[in-house]
Design a protein around this ligand. Structure first.
Ligand code: PMP
Ligand code: GLN
Length: 391
């Protein structure tokens, strides 16, 4: 077997599978370990897929993506802070953002290239970049700085081999959002050193306050920015595997050649459903966004008086980081105890990188009542751990 598909990525979810097994055995487990929306895909989108299937959309589809869908994606991008000149030829449709990231890495990276990635980072980045032969250069996002980037750290990480930066805002796992001045500073670095800016925007629609921002809207950035996005989180469509890449036309053509030999186009009826999702945004989308915000506030309130845990307030998304350092345990040891003794599953921050050691990540994917119960259990677990340490 090759060494290229390395990385700890898959192991991060071991605890999640353990939690699912316990639940299947009838245990009262609250599963907060995976970022999969607990909402159903909005009905008009499902209906549209069914109608399309019945109408015979069961054959190969346009490999780059159906023209109407690419137009709708370009329009959506322009409406959500993207470069005003974005058009359908700047778009390739792929099977989810993950597939998009992997494909982009294959198209812009050569063996030996370095990619600067803020850490903590989404767990699959390492394998996706290494599969292209590239090396990750990790730049820490410091918890003392609420996991916000310090552009000086990025500047210090640039070498003659640097080919790209891979940025993710809103960020998984911290839920933090880059400010416009962060983007401007990082974009300047990309221009100065002739780097690609790869932007993973899968949580862009789940910002609680403020407007979405896309770095390709900055001067001189359109030709070097690649946006990866999907319907997975914004539309509760993780299982549909529908995502896209937006970038300069030559890259999109290159990507389409790769898609031809890798995927041969996303299913036609799913592309039709994606058209419906983007052409007529269902009211349910705003409701979901509102629910994530309410759940965030529920956790903040429920843990406010707990002496041994501290919740970091995310500006976006469906995750929260909980600082458990006062318990004296590693995040993995704490997560294990939380599951074994209290029946709550969370991911240890270390899975995303050393800068998140001492934190666990909660997914806000249960209703507020269950979330309150999860917080009670979490606080209890932290108190018991702390008591053990002090004894
Ligand atoms: N990037 C990040 C930061 C993610 O959290 C995820 C997981 N949803 C993905 C990419 C992959 O998303 P998709 O389901 O569209 O492949
Ligand atoms: N992106 C999601 C998370 O961070 C889920 C991805 C997965 O199931 N592997 O939890």
């Amino acid at each position: 077997l090759t060494q290229r598909i390395a990385g700890e990525g898959a192991a991060a979810w071991d605890i999640h599978y353990r939690a699912l097994a316990l639940q299947a055995e009838g245990e009262d487990v609250i599963i907060l370990s995976v970022g999969d929306p607990d909402f159903a895909t909005p009905t008009p989108i499902v209906d549209s897929a069914v109608d399309s299937l019945r109408a015979g959309a069961t054959h190969y589809a346009d490999v780059q993506g159906k023209a109407r869908l690419r137009e709708l994606i370009a329009h959506h991008h322009r409406q959500t802070g993207g470069a005003p000149a974005t058009h359908a030829d700047n778009v390739a449709v792929l099977a989810g953002a993950q597939c998009g990231l992997y494909a982009v890495a294959q198209c812009v990276l050569d063996p030996g290239d370095e990619v600067i990635v803020p850490e903590p980072m989404y767990v699959t980045y390492e394998a996706a970049l290494q599969a292209a032969g590239a090396t990750l250069v990790r730049v820490p996002l410091r918890s003392a700085n609420a996991f916000q980037p310090d552009p000086a750290d990025f500047a210090a990480a640039v070498t003659p081999r640097t080919r790209a930066m891979l940025l993710n805002s809103p960020h998984n796992p911290t839920g933090q959002v880059f400010t416009q001045s962060h983007w401007e500073a990082l974009a300047t670095l990309c221009r100065e050193h002739d780097l690609w800016l790869l932007s993973d925007a899968v949580y862009a629609e789940l910002i609680h306050d403020g407007e979405p921002f896309s770095p390709d809207s900055l001067p001189g950035m359109r030709e070097r920015t690649v946006i990866v996005n999907s319907l997975s989180k914004s539309h509760a469509m993780t299982g549909w595997r529908l995502g896209w890449v937006i970038g300069p036309e030559p890259l999109i053509q290159h990507l389409t050649h790769l898609a031809l030999c890798m995927l041969y186009g996303c299913p036609d009826f799913i592309q039709d459903a994606a058209c419906e999702a983007l052409a007529n945004p269902p009211a349910a989308l705003a409701e979901m966004r509102h629910a994530y915000r309410t759940r965030r506030d529920t956790v903040l309130e429920a843990l406010a008086d707990s002496p041994n845990v501290e919740a970091l307030c995310p500006a976006a998304g469906m995750f929260m980081m909980i600082d458990i350092r006062r318990t004296g345990l590693s995040a993995q040891a704490f997560a294990n105890r939380l599951l074994d003794e209290q029946g709550v599953s969370a991911l240890a921050g270390d899975a995303f990188g050393p800068s998140a050691a001492g934190f666990v990540r909660l997914s806000l994917t249960v209703d507020t009542e269950r979330l309150r119960e999860a917080c009670r259990r979490l606080a209890r677990c932290a108190d018991e751990c702390r008591a053990t340490v002090e004894a």
